[in-house]
Design a protein around this ligand. Structure first.
Ligand code: PSV
Ligand code: MN
Ligand code: MN
Length: 388
């Protein structure tokens, strides 16, 4: 069975942004394992990311993290990306690796530190103007470790003021996306711990401010697809940071730990009008490949998202709605599960071949010799890892 033309054309709308940092070395606090050929600078990270797009047709843009991806000339980096067939995407700010930010950044009590954090974001917007990026993604490590350590209300108010100043500089075609996270690095409270706080903050800013949902940033057993539904209903689901988690913010390959959850999320994105041409919810990955090769790790990731999207597109919505209207619980659930259990791998292989892509991108990349070539070519350089 091949996909209907409807499903095939909807699949063509899919674009998944890759994080530049997935191509650098990363690890846990116990050890960072290096990989031969790891990129030494942002240019090489982009060249590696372009391989993912070349073999899958799914990943046309690359997100940057500043200052990890700081370069002298962003116009040159943009040209380099375009020459490799990809665009520069979301700019991620970073106020979590500087001594000054020990007690916070945009929510800090000290005007000097808050000024420094705001200025960093304004600099990120300048970079966006050069790279042609649409989104400024803000994730704040701000929070406290102990009850009574600071006044949570005051911090919330200061953060709102800081965000206002940043938002005022966001261009007409640009967006500010605020990411939430339940805990880490702060362990008593985070200043943006959940979707509700992120929503309250961005709603106060204006139309071009939305929420980023990172799938690894919730308490265990949180119904993430409910949050997806609600944010889409409110018109505020700006983007996803996709990854898998078993315990905390594991940043493992999306779809690896719980493919059914990924399916349920994508079903809600489609239902809520956030998918492809229907809406503007950006699909991005936020992952680290600590022990596996990075490029194939990213290829596997985008393929997992595509596979669950294909299954979600196969959901018989008419039949589902009638079962729901009838109050037929088991038929409704059966229809939902039928779509999830459909094996779409052969159809996806055919779909790819029809579009001039390899049937099996993992195998084709392995056969290309690219990993061996970069291992040889990049010998002796200083690798650009997480935080470099
Ligand atoms: C924080 O855990 C986070 O998910 C944010 O998106 C950061 O920018 C990213 O991870 C850094 O790896
Ligand atoms: Mn994230
Ligand atoms: Mn995270």
């Amino acid at each position: 069975m091949a996909f209907s033309s409807h499903v095939a054309s909807r699949l063509e709308e899919q674009a998944i942004e890759l994080p530049s940092w997935a191509f650098g070395n990363s690890g846990t606090r116990f050890r960072v394992f290096g990989t031969p050929g790891t990129p030494r600078d942002p240019f090489e990270k982009i060249a590696d990311a372009a391989q993912v797009h070349k073999f899958t047709g799914l990943a046309p843009s690359v997100a940057l993290h500043i200052p990890w991806d700081k370069v002298d000339d962003y116009a040159e980096l943009r040209k380099h990306a375009e020459a490799h067939g990809v665009a520069l995407g979301t700019i991620n700010s970073n106020t979590f690796q500087d001594e000054d930010y020990k007690l916070g950044s945009l929510a800090h009590r000290d005007d000097r530190i808050r000024r420094k954090a705001i200025d960093h974001h304004l600099e990120c917007i300048d970079i966006m103007d050069e790279t042609g990026s649409r989104d400024l993604k803000i994730w704040l490590a701000d929070g406290t470790n102990y009850a009574g350590q600071d006044d949570m209300r005051g911090r919330q108010d200061r953060m709102a003021e800081s965000l206002q100043e940043i938002y005022a500089r966001i261009g007409e075609q640009q967006r500010l996306v605020l990411e939430y996270k339940i805990f880490e690095p702060a362990f008593y409270h985070m200043d943006v711990p959940d979707w509700g706080t992120s929503y309250a903050q961005v709603a106060a800013l204006g139309e071009r401010a939305t929420v980023c949902l990172d799938t690894g940033h919730h308490a265990p057993s949180t119904n993430i697809e409910f949050i997806v539904m609600q944010l889409l209903r409110l018109g505020k689901l700006g983007s996803f940071d996709f990854n898998s988690r078993n315990y905390a913010d594991d940043d493992l390959i999306v779809g690896a730990a719980d493919p059914f959850q990924l399916f349920r999320i994508i079903v809600e994105v489609i239902r809520g009008g956030g998918y492809g041409k229907d809406g503007d919810t950006a699909f991005m990955l936020d992952q680290c490949h600590n022990i596996e090769d990075k490029i194939p790790g990213q290829i596997r990731s985008v393929l997992n998202v595509q596979e669950m999207t294909a299954r979600a597109l196969l959901l018989d919505r008419e039949a589902l709605t009638s079962a729901q209207v009838e109050g037929d619980v088991l038929t409704a659930n059966g229809i939902f599960m039928d779509a999830f259990y459909t094996d779409v791998r052969a159809d996806l292989a055919e779909y790819r071949v029809e579009r001039g892509l390899p049937a099996d991108p993992m195998a084709a990349f392995a056969d290309s010799g690219y990993l061996a070539a970069i291992a040889e070519e990049r010998v002796g350089g200083v690798q650009a890892g997480w935080g470099a």
